[in-house]
Design a protein around this ligand. Structure first.
Ligand code: VG1
Ligand code: CO
Length: 541
C-alpha cells in the first residue's frame, strides 16, 4: 500500500446522477483516484467496510474497476462484491447493496450518454440503502475534491474478474458474482412469471432493444430463458465498450430502430428499450408510443395486479417536470402523491420512510421500492405482467387509462450543446421575469403561478433550491425549463410541456399539436429559439 500525493482537480462536482465527464478526462492521471478517495473520505473512511462495485461495461469500466479495488484495499475495506467482468446494471448494483447489507457501492456509468474513448464515462456512490448519495453527501464529496492532498492505493496486479468466486487483495476479500442471478431472483418474487410465460406461449411477441448496453444479459436470461420469448426477442444484447456506436438512450430518437419495427408491418405486440446502465425504459406497442409520464400513471393504476404489489401502494412520487398523470391516479385511488426535484436521489428518503412504493420520471425512469434506483427491466416486466392479467393490448390499456383519468398531453424538447453562457443568461433572465408573470394572458391562456421550484424534503427537512422554473396556467397547462445536470459538453436546456385534456373526443391527438399553444407561450416568454438561434429542439420525446 502506498500514499500518493495529489492536488485538487477542478470540476469534480457530481451532477444529477454522479460525476460524468469525457472518458479522456477520467483517464487523466489522478482524476479517478482523487474522486474515489474523496468518496471514501466523505463517508468516514472505507476501513472495515463492504462495498459493491460494477458498471455498465463502457470503455474504461474494466480499468476503473481495478483502480477502485486497489484503492478500497488500501483504504482498509473488508470486502468488495463485484459483478463478473466488472459488470452490473445500476438497479442490480442497488439490489446487491441492499441484499448483502453493505456500506454502499460504486457504480461506473454515464448512463444514457454514449460510451467510448471519445465519449463519456462516469462514477457515482450509492449508500447503504442502495440509493444514489443524497445532496448533502454529494456536496461533501465535492468539497473534499477541492482540498484533497493524497490518496491511498495498493500496488498489485489486476484481479481476475472473469471468474465467479472468492479472491482477495491483501486483507480485502473480493467476491465476484454473476451480475444477473440475484437480480433475476428478485424479479421472480415481484412478478407472475407463470402468467407472462403463458401469454408468450400463446403467441405474444416481444422485442427488447438492449442497445448494446448492460441490459442485454439481464433481458436474455429473464425474457428469453425464463419467460420463453423466442430467441432473438432481445436485440443488441451484448454489452460493448462503445455500445456499438449506438446512443443508448431509450427514446424515439435514439431507439429509432425499435420504433421502425414497432411502426412497421410485422410489429410484435410489445417493444421496449433500456439505456446504458439499465435503469431507464421505453415502452412501445404496435403504432403506439407510451409517454414515460403516462407509463408511471398506468403502473400506479395497475401495480396491484402483480404479485409483489397485491397489497396496494403506500404512495406515488414523481419528479416535478413529470406530468401530473400519476397524480390523477393517486387522487382517484386515495394515495399520497409526492413531487420531487429531478434525479432519483430525491426518492430515496420517501421510499425508506415507507411513504411511497412507486416512483417515476418523465425521462424514461420508473421504479419501485424493491431497489433504490429506477429500473428498466423491472418496468418492462411490470408492463408484461399487467398485459398478461388484463389481456389487453398496449393501445387498449392506454385508451382505457385516458377514458378513466383524462389525458395529460406531454412532451419534452431538448436543446443540446448550446453555449453555456447563452443557457445561463436565458435562465437568469427568465427567473427575473417570474414575479410579473402571474395574471398575464399569453396566447389565450392566463398564467396562474410562476416560480423557481424549491423542494422541502418531508423526511429529513433538507431544502433544495433552483430545481427548475415552472410557469403554470389556470387551465393546469404548464411548462418547465431547467438545465441538464448530466451532460458533458456545453449546456442542454430542457423544456417540459404539459396540458390536461378531459374531453374523450380529443384523446387521440398528436401531442405536438395538442401542445402547440403551450409551446408558443413558452417561446414567447422564454425565447429559447430566438436566443439560441436554433430552429427547434434536437430531441423531442
Ligand atoms: C437526466 C434526467 C433525469 C434523470 C437523470 C439520470 O437528468 O432528466 O430525470 O434522473 O438524467 O438518469 P438531467 O439533469 O440531464 O435532466 V440516468 O439513466 O442518465 O442515470
Ligand atoms: Co441510466
Amino acid at each position: 500500500m502506498h500514499t500518493v500525493t495529489t492536488r485538487p482537480i477542478e470540476g469534480q462536482k457530481p451532477g444529477t446522477s454522479g460525476l460524468r465527464k469525457k472518458t479522456r478526462v477520467f483517464m487523466q492521471p489522478h482524476y479517478l483516484e482523487n474522486f474515489v478517495q474523496s468518496v471514501f473520505d466523505s463517508i468516514g473512511g472505507a476501513a472495515g467496510k463492504t462495498f459493491v462495485v460494477g458498471g455498465d461495461g463502457r470503455f474504461f469500466n474494466d480499468r476503473a474497476a481495478q483502480v477502485i479495488l486497489r484503492m478500497a484495499a488500501a483504504n482498509g475495506a473488508a470486502h468488495v462484491i463485484v459483478g463478473q467482468g466488472a459488470l452490473l446494471s445500476t438497479p442490480a448494483a442497488s439490489h446487491l447493496i441492499r441484499l448483502n447489507k453493505t456500506d454502499g457501492g460504486l457504480i461506473m456509468s454515464a448512463s444514457h450518454n454514449p460510451g467510448g474513448e471519445d465519449e463519456d464515462f462516469g462514477i457515482k456512490f450509492n449508500g447503504p440503502n442502495g440509493g444514489p448519495a443524497a445532496e448533502g453527501l454529494t456536496d461533501r464529496i465535492f468539497a473534499r475534491t477541492k482540498e484533497i492532498a493524497e490518496y491511498k492505493i495498493t500496488d498489485a496486479q489486476d484481479i481476475d474478474l472473469s471468474r465467479i468466486g472468492e479472491t482477495a487483495l491483501g486483507d480485502m476479500k473480493i467476491t465476484v458474482v454473476d451480475p444477473v442471478t440475484d437480480y433475476a431472483a428478485l424479479m421472480e418474487t415481484l412478478f407472475d412469471f407463470d402468467k407472462i410465460r403463458a401469454m408468450i406461449a400463446d403467441g405474444f411477441r416481444i422485442r427488447f432493444d438492449a442497445m448494446n448496453a448492460i441490459t442485454g444479459p439481464y433481458a436474455i436470461e429473464i425474457i428469453e430463458n425464463r419467460l420463453g420469448a423466442a430467441e432473438g426477442s432481445v436485440v443488441h444484447g451484448t454489452p460493448l465498450p462503445d455500445f456499438g456506436g449506438m446512443h443508448p438512450d431509450p427514446n424515439p430518437t435514439w431507439a429509432h430502430e425499435l420504433m421502425d419495427t414497432m411502426n412497421g408491418p410485422d410489429a410484435p405486440d410489445f417493444g421496449a428499450a433500456s439505456d446504458g446502465d439499465g435503469d431507464r425504459n421505453m415502452i412501445v406497442g404496435p403504432n403506439v408510443y407510451v409517454s414515460p409520464s403516462d407509463s408511471l400513471a398506468v403502473l400506479a393504476a395497475n401495480a396491484h395486479l402483480a404479485k409483489g404489489y397485491t397489497e396496494g401502494l403506500a404512495g406515488v412520487a414523481r419528479s416535478m417536470p413529470t406530468s401530473a398523470a400519476a397524480d390523477r391516479v393517486a387522487q382517484k385511488m386515495g394515495l399520497p402523491c409526492y413531487e420531487t426535484p429531478t434525479g432519483w436521489k430525491f426518492f430515496g428518503n420517501l421510499m425508506d420512510d415507507n411513504r411511497v412504493t412507486l416512483c417515476g420520471e418523465e425521462s424514461f425512469g420508473t421504479g419501485s421500492n424493491h431497489v433504490r434506483e429506477k429500473d428498466g427491466v423491472w418496468a418492462v416486466l411490470m408492463w408484461l405482467n399487467i398485459l398478461a392479467v388484463r389481456k389487453m393490448s398496449v393501445v387498449e390499456i392506454m385508451q382505457d387509462h385516458w377514458q378513466t383519468y383524462g389525458r395529460n398531453y406531454y412532451s419534452r424538447h431538448d436543446y443540446e450543446a448550446i453555449e453555456t453562457d447563452t443557457a445561463n443568461a436565458l435562465v437568469t433572465d427568465l427567473r427575473a421575469k417570474l414575479p410579473d408573470l402571474p395574471g398575464q394572458t399569453i396566447q389565450g391562456r392566463t398564467i396562474a403561478t410562476a416560480d423557481d421550484y424549491t423542494y422541502h424534503d418531508p423526511v429529513d427537512g433538507s431544502v433544495s433550491e433552483h430545481q427548475g422554473i415552472r410557469v403554470i396556467f389556470d387551465d393546469a397547462a404548464r411548462f418547465v425549463i431547467r438545465l441538464s445536470g448530466t451532460g458533458t459538453s456545453g449546456a442542454t436546456l430542457r423544456l417540459y410541456l404539459e396540458s390536461l385534456e378531459l374531453d374523450p373526443a380529443n384523446f387521440d391527438r398528436d401531442p405536438q399539436d395538442a401542445l402547440a399553444g403551450i409551446i408558443g407561450a413558452a417561446e414567447e416568454i422564454a425565447g429559447i429559439k430566438a436566443r439560441t438561434g436554433r430552429d427547434g429542439p434536437d430531441v423531442t420525446t
